[in-house]
Design a protein around this ligand. Structure first.
Ligand code: FE2
Length: 375
């Protein structure tokens, strides 16, 4: 068998999980009701379902919000103890669960635990009047987890014990359509360990590698590797801090999140100018981009379809690779701590992550960091 054949065989065997996509991302937050309001009014997510005291859940409140193919669950604690309150006390608001849709949750759990995953929740049938959902959960970086969700036996809204929100308040969609990638920050020296985890335990492949030479400024740097599942639909870049003269943004995240966690969720739009205009109109704060960035842009990316003045006005970044280009912009942190944020991204052929923008982005992030006295 040649090397190539062996690699092909291994990559086919590698995708043993057959993940069908990200079912939802669950945030643990200080106040789910207010978070749901913010996700609706700022980002255009429509309230879909609710669980809490009124639906027979005693320890937590959850609001499910969605826009096109993006579904977020916002969960807050009803008691001072327990995993939700403890998570929020330690980390502030943040991503708890990046849940995958699967055909067979028990099998996904069994196969990943066999390959070294740490079990969090054994396969559990959650029964309701409109059928059942099967859920199982394994640990990922920090206190983040991955659940496997099997819904073929369920016809109701979201999960049993969730009530559909019948008359949702008015919601203006902002054009956000799907999750493109979710980035995890891990401690110095542990990136490869987590790349191996996704490779060996979940059957993901490593896609791309940025060295700290690509992603460095005078003051800080990071290392990043990207893993993706067999279909390429689920992409997880993993960052670790690299040595810099001063504290890097990854270090700042790790300090304020009190450990590893999800750094940002990139959301796809088909019309980034329209989306960013709508989000800005709703009061969403984005990172600023130096004006000098746009002086160099034409030279760096060549001809693009979009109006350069609109990109400059909205601070949208552009990057080009062999296959095309992409447009992207980063919000400020979504909560008090300088931790998780959103990226808004539009792809025009490019399948990368905007490596050429890292330097411009980091300079922008560091200006923010300096304002907070953390650089
Ligand atoms: Fe990103």
């Amino acid at each position: 068998m040649t090397m190539t054949e062996r690699e092909v065989t291994r990559s086919q065997e590698g995708d043993f999980l057959q993940l069908k996509g990200i079912d939802y991302v669950e945030f643990y937050v200080g106040n789910a009701r207010q978070a749901a309001h913010y996700f609706r009014t700022a980002f255009g997510f429509k309230p879909l379902a609710y669980a809490g005291l009124e639906t027979g859940i005693r320890d937590r409140t959850s609001f499910v919000v969605e826009q096109r193919n993006i579904r977020f669950v916002l969960t807050g604690a009803l008691e001072p103890d327990g995993d939700v309150a403890e998570h929020v006390r330690l980390h502030g608001d943040g991503v708890k669960d990046i849940a995958f849709l699967v055909d067979d949750a028990a099998q996904a759990f069994r196969e990943t635990v066999k390959r070294g995953a740490q079990p969090v929740l054994e396969p559990t049938v959650i029964q309701g009047q409109k059928g059942h959902v099967v859920k199982a959960t394994i640990a990922a970086y920090g206190d983040t987890v991955h659940s496997f969700i099997q819904r073929d036996g369920y016809q109701g809204t979201f999960f049993p014990k969730f009530h559909a929100i019948k008359n949702p308040p008015p919601t203006m969609p902002t054009g956000l359509a799907a999750i493109d990638h979710i980035v995890g920050n891990v401690e110095l020296g542990r990136m490869d360990e987590w790349v191996d985890f996704y490779n060996q335990v979940l059957g993901f492949r490593q896609l791309q590698h940025f060295s700290d030479e690509d992603i460095s400024t005078e003051y800080s740097a990071l290392m990043s590797k990207v893993v993706q599942n067999g279909t390429g639909r689920i992409k997880f870049p993993i960052n670790e801090p690299a040595e810099g003269k001063r504290k890097s943004q990854i270090d700042e995240y790790l300090q304020y999140y009190r450990g590893p966690g999800a750094q940002h969720i990139a959301l796809i739009t088909d019309d980034i100018i329209g989306t960013v205009r709508a989000l800005r109109g709703n009061g969403v704060d984005f990172l600023r981009t130096p004006d000098t960035y746009y002086e160099m842009l034409n030279e760096r990316v060549g001809m693009i379809d979009e109006d350069m003045d609109a990109l400059r006005e909205l601070n949208i970044l552009v990057d080009r690779d062999d296959e095309g280009y992409l447009l992207q912009i980063f919000t400020k942190p979504l909560q008090d701590r300088p931790t998780v944020f959103f990226e808004i991204i539009q792809r025009k052929g490019a399948r990368g992550f905007g490596a050429g923008n890292f330097k411009a982005l980091f300079e922008a992030i560091e200006r923010e960091q300096e304002l907070r006295g953390n650089l």
